[in-house]
Design a protein around this ligand. Structure first.
Ligand code: NDP
Ligand code: 13P
Ligand code: ZN
Length: 356
């Protein structure tokens, strides 16, 4: 059966088969492969830092259980990198791939494995984004950010010991990515009313629930706290499920994500995806006429950025990203409509205290 068949259809829902979240679960990578009947040559797609955090260990564990494993280091989430990984997998006759590390490594392994029609295991080293279990990949293609349909990982191995030891900034960013579901769903509802776009009640309810759980637990999300990490990871996995049910990233990506994608293009040095989405959610909730203060308060409690200074991005890029955001994905209707004027963009950023 070809995994590339019909995946854009909302009728075709693909989910991970094994999901392991807990202390020390990395050690079970060999058992997971056995459970899923994966054997042979494994290509471990990892990063410069994350190879030390988990990439090398994964190679060793696979070799201990009789597989052969090679690592390839990633540097940018581009189509050229997908090609390079694909070529390496063909050259070594890989029978499955693992994405070990950040969102970039996971997305690259996801796309390359989809292209190769090989299974793929997601091994996040940070809980910074909801791509860990999703069937979507964000990639730069021809200089533009694109959200591509891909296969879902066949398994997710999220070791809370490793992920809790990562800089807290990553976990806080993951919370921003989940909280952004609120405005993503509002945008989706709007598109359904104004454009008669398909709206998936179930995926939307799941998405809202994940955001609510994070907001309600904002006080207890703390550094080096495995209980916090587990909660956030479950919400991130749930977001992946919501996107698979919807057949698109609609339940988890709306105007706030378009703002973040625009910042990635415009700002000389962007912040983490989830951090930017969190700040975007504050402003888009204001545009929706909703309780933007609740979003801001929750992000503050968690310790995620709520303004330009905390993102490390100059005010002028925030305004420019707001103005350009609607054009990032013209087929996705949101509260941004045909776009904000520079004056309106500055006003929303000032009122919500994103800029001073
Ligand atoms: N597919 C989807 O549905 C989604 C995809 N995304 C995409 O994912 C990416 C964002 O992912 P994100 O992880 O936030 O950022 P990056 O992929 O940019 O990774 C940020 C950095 O974190 C480092 N890192 C990861 N884990 C650790 C750790 N335990 N200790 C120390 N450093 C660590 C990485 O090191 P190293 O250099 O080793 O990689 C990397 O340099 C974007 O490309 C975004 O578009 C985001 C949301 C959803
Ligand atoms: O980041 C995502 C969901 O949180 C994926 O969304 P995009 O479709 O905007 O890449
Ligand atoms: Zn996101």
């Amino acid at each position: 059966m070809k995994l590339t068949l019909n995946k854009n259809s909302a009728k075709w829902m693909q989910f991970p088969r094994d999901v392991l979240i807990g202390h020390g679960v990395l050690e079970e990578v060999g058992d997971v492969c056995r459970d899923l009947k994966l054997k042979g040559n494994a290509l471990v797609v990892t990063g410069g830092t994350t190879q030390d955090v988990a990439g090398r260990r994964v190679c060793k564990l696979l070799e201990d259980t009789g597989d052969s494993a090679e690592a390839i280091l990633t540097c940018r989430a581009t189509m050229e990198e997908v090609e390079r990984i694909t070529e390496k997998a063909l050259e070594m006759d890989a029978s499955f791939l693992l994405g070990v590390g950040s969102g970039r490594s996971i997305d690259l392994a996801k796309l390359a494995s989809t292209k190769l029609e090989l299974p793929f295991i997601s091994v996040p080293t940070a809980a910074s984004h909801d791509g860990i279990a999703s069937s979507r990949a964000s990639i730069v293609d021809n200089g533009k950010n694109a959200s591509a349909q891909a296969q879902a990982p066949i398994a997710v191995i999220a070791d809370t010991e490793i992920i809790s030891a990562a800089p807290f900034r990553f976990l806080a960013a993951g919370c921003g990515d989940i909280i952004s579901n609120y405005t993503a769903v509002l945008d989706w509802e709007l598109a359904s009313r104004l454009r008669n776009e398909y709206f998936g009640e179930y995926a939307a309810a799941l998405s809202r629930m994940a955001a609510r759980v994070i907001i309600e637990n904002a006080d207890s999300i703390k550094p080096e706290h495995e209980t916090s990490t587990r909660l956030v990871l479950k919400a991130l996995v749930s977001n992946g499920v919501a996107m698979s049910i919807a057949g698109s990233s609609r339940p988890a990506s709306g105007s706030e994500h378009m703002f973040s994608h625009a910042l990635d293009r415009i700002a000389p040095k962007s912040a983490l995806h989830g951090e930017q989405c969190g700040v975007g959610t504050i402003m888009m909730m204001y545009l929706h006429g909703g309780n933007w203060q609740e979003i801001r308060d929750a992000l503050k409690k968690i310790g995620a950025p709520t303004n330009a200074e905390e993102l490390g991005i100059e005010d002028k890029y925030i305004i420019e990203a707001l103005v350009q955001a609607h054009s990032i994905r013209p087929d996705r209707y949101t509260i941004l409509g045909n776009g904000l004027t520079p004056e309106a963009a500055e006003k929303v950023a000032r009122i919500t205290k994103v800029i001073n």
